[in-house]
Design a protein around this ligand. Sequence first.
Ligand code: S3P
Length: 164
Amino acid sequence: MNKVYLVGFMGSGKSAIGKRLSTLLDIPFYDMDAEIVTRTGMTIPQIFETYGEPKFREMETEFLRQFPDEFCIIATGGGVAMRAENREIMRQTGLVFYLNSTFRDIWRRVSTDTNRPIVQRSSRGDLEALFLKRKPLYLQSAHIRVETTNWSLNDITQYIGFQV
Ligand code: S3P
């Protein structure tokens, strides 16, 4: 077990906390979306548009399958914990933290984002339904649940850092 995975819905702070954790623990940080963007030379909306969502999901799984044995932090994409294979890989190769927020906070952070195709195609109600549907799967994937509401990014980082 040598990785720290951050899972949770879009806008739950996975990347922001991952970067801070990386500094705190002095280990590398990888943002799955950013890695996929670099590897494909395409933005996430372009990947969805050109290849479709199922292909993007396959890219996520491939990323997890091939990732080298390294003590590092990985901020996953918000849909990663939906696949059983992904959950299994994460649980077997690391410690998985679920960053839980209220939907209200999530909506405030992501509703105007143009780089998230799922947000672009969803109404507020659709997104909230997805948030509720995914929650049990985030919980299934995680070893530790972290309530982020009312906590600063630095507090959350310290809390996770302590448990690694
Ligand atoms: C997605 C979340 C995004 C990104 C893609 C799909 C999802 O990552 O992988 O837009 O299905 O929830 P973030 O959670 O980092 O925004």
